[in-house]
Design a protein around this ligand. Structure first.
Ligand code: FES
Length: 111
């Protein structure tokens, strides 16, 4: 993996099992990083306003405890998402940071 200095790495698996390794600027959201890399499986229809739940991801176990806490809004949106699981999050609500270097997520099926 070729890694740019200081940019945290994000490992994304699409719903059909393809894996991509991206570098994302700190402070960008996981959703923005995935969209900017051209991964179209993440719809993110509302553009990050926490109102659509089409940026639903499953977070790899080892990173779950490092994530920022979930807001009540995010929690209730996830309730309406298809196939919510124990490590479901909305990717627009997670900002990349050096702490999250190597974060691995799987994009949820959206329909
Ligand atoms: S992009 Fe719509 S809730 Fe995340």
């Amino acid at each position: 993996v070729n890694k740019e200095e200081g940019m945290p790495t994000l490992i994304v698996t699409t719903p059909n099992g393809q894996q991509r390794v991206l570098t994302v600027e700190s402070e960008q959201s996981v959703m923005e990083g995935i969209r900017q890399a051209g991964v179209g499986e993440l719809l993110a229809m509302c553009g990050g306003c926490c109102s659509c739940a089409t940026c639903h991801i499953y977070v790899d176990e080892g990173f779950w405890d490092k994530l920022p806490p979930m807001s009540a809004d995010e929690d209730s949106l996830l309730d309406g998402a298809l196939d919510r699981r124990s490590r479901s999050r909305l990717s627009c609500q997670i900002r990349m940071s050096p702490d999250l270097d190597g974060l691995a997520v799987t994009i949820a099926e959206s329909e």
